[in-house]
Design a binder for this molecule. Sequence first.
Ligand SMILES: [Fe+2]
Ligand SMILES: [Fe+2]
Length: 273
Amino acid sequence: MTELVVRRLLIDLETPFERHWCGGDAFKTAFFNALSMSFPVGEQFFIDAVRAGHKTLPVERQQPMLAEVQGFIGQEATHRRIHALFNEHLDRHGLVNDWEPRARQRLKLLDGADVRHHLGITAANEHFTAIFAEWLLAHPEFLDGAEPRLKTMWLWHSAEEAEHKSTAFDLYQALGGSHQWRIRWFRRITLIFVGDTLRQTVNNLRRDGTLWKWRTWKSAATSLLGRHGLLRETFRPWREYLRRDFHPSQHDSGLSRRWLDANAVAYQAVGRV
Ligand SMILES: [Fe+2]
Ligand SMILES: [Fe+2]
């Protein structure tokens, strides 16, 4: 069982920030903005899936997981709130969130489905966020030059994603979710997540007027495929999810603990909700 602390992030999200808040880099900014646009709807889905999955467990098996489930819900609820505030600034920058309505439509198809499907989808998405989070914590220089409060926001979110990466997976297993469906959802989510991220990033760049700038494409190539590029470094951990004996805890979360210890002034623990 993982002990999950809910933290209130002590950053100002009222003061407007620069359009290219990520070190003046249009690609990186558009990419992070795209991810943020997916969080309010996505993280609500994860919360609902985990809550429903936990309730479905036999009563005697609910208690041992209760604290972790509450911690997970508290952390994701805090992320949703913070990113909704961040996203309000993006509206003012003239960006349009097309991801959210598309995701809502898709999620309607799951109404009434077995909760293990909801958890399989959540576990797959959590693997994506965890490998992205661990990559970002390993390469905080990716955010060099970014507005400091926003850099803190992304690293705090990353640290907590790495912390709670096992919760949905463990519930899926506890409810007898099959390996076959776990993999099936993971493949589907890979296509959906990568496709949606790409679409929304391009959409953000188009509205920003920077889609066809050489610098944008250069940054995209370096950020994704360069020496420490995201795609290059996350391919292997992405693939490990396919193994029958995979468990999220096999990936070390030391960077998350180190960031949380070194940045304790940036947040306040509010307990386990
Ligand atoms: Fe989150
Ligand atoms: Fe998460």
